[in-house]
Design a binder for this molecule. Structure first.
Ligand code: PGA
Length: 236
């Protein structure tokens, strides 16, 4: 019953996830939040807005959200594949749980620039689930979900389909192609919530959120400017 209620709750809200990547100082983040504060309250009731700042900003952004009662949730952009311990530079699940509810894993930029492979992504997924966080697993092709039993078994995973040609290029996928991938993923994981990501903007968002079965979007560049992000929320 609780699981069903959870699923229905998740399904009824559209996810708008903003991925700030390696951008923003503390001052810039607070400015972003201040801009949103005055506009967001009456907009977001049917949307679930998640922002994923860099680790250095999670604490300050969380405090701001609580102090100003903003309807925003927090996500981390990565997680250590290890438990706590001697792993220099890594941020583990226990630490992330203090601040965030969601974790992006398997982003194509990490696969490309940091040689992250499915095996590591699976270890990270294991950690996300172990610490009760919600994974937002990025894939650029369907094969990336096929070799993970964990993904297939887990009902909590959010999948973000992000074609390589669309990430950071200003060239979004065609809604027709995105829809065909969506259907393929749904065939394999009928319980998964699926987001589209890759050059989402205020002008094209509707063409993706209009597709039945998509539960929202993952936004990179256009989430950095609060006025554009706000337009995305409004238009979604
Ligand atoms: P983009 O990034 O919106 O800048 O294409 C999307 C992403 O990397 O998640």
């Amino acid at each position: 019953m609780v699981i069903l209620a959870n699923i229905i709750y998740h399904m009824s809200k559209k996810f708008i996830v903003g991925n700030w990547k390696s951008n923003k100082t503390k001052q810039e983040a607070i400015k972003w939040l201040q801009y949103l504060t005055s506009n967001i309250y009456n907009l977001s009731s049917d949307k679930k807005i998640v922002i994923c700042p860099p680790f250095t900003l999670l604490s300050d952004v969380k405090s701001y959200i609580i102090d100003n009662k903003l309807p925003l949730r927090l996500g981390a952009q990565d997680i250590s594949p290890f438990e706590e311990g001697s792993y220099t530079g890594e941020v583990n699940g226990i630490q992330i749980k203090e601040f965030a509810d969601y974790v992006i894993i398997g982003h194509s930029e990490r696969r490309q620039y940091l040689n992250e492979e499915d095996k590591t992504v699976n270890k990270k997924l294991e950690m996300v689930l172990k610490y009760g966080l919600t994974p937002i697993l990025c894939i650029s092709n369907v094969e990336q979900i096929q070799n993970s039993e964990l993904i297939i078994q887990n009902s909590k995973t959010i999948i973000a389909f992000e074609p390589l040609s669309a990430v950071g290029t200003g060239l979004p996928d065609s809604p027709e192609h995105a829809k065909s991938i969506l259907l393929t993923i749904k065939n394999k994981l009928n319980h998964a919530l699926i987001l589209y990501g890759g050059s989402v903007s205020p002008d094209n968002i509707k063409s993706f959120t209009n597709i039945r079965g998509f539960s929202g979007v993952l936004v990179g560049k256009e989430s950095l400017d609060p006025s554009e992000f706000l337009k995305i929320i409004i238009n979604a």
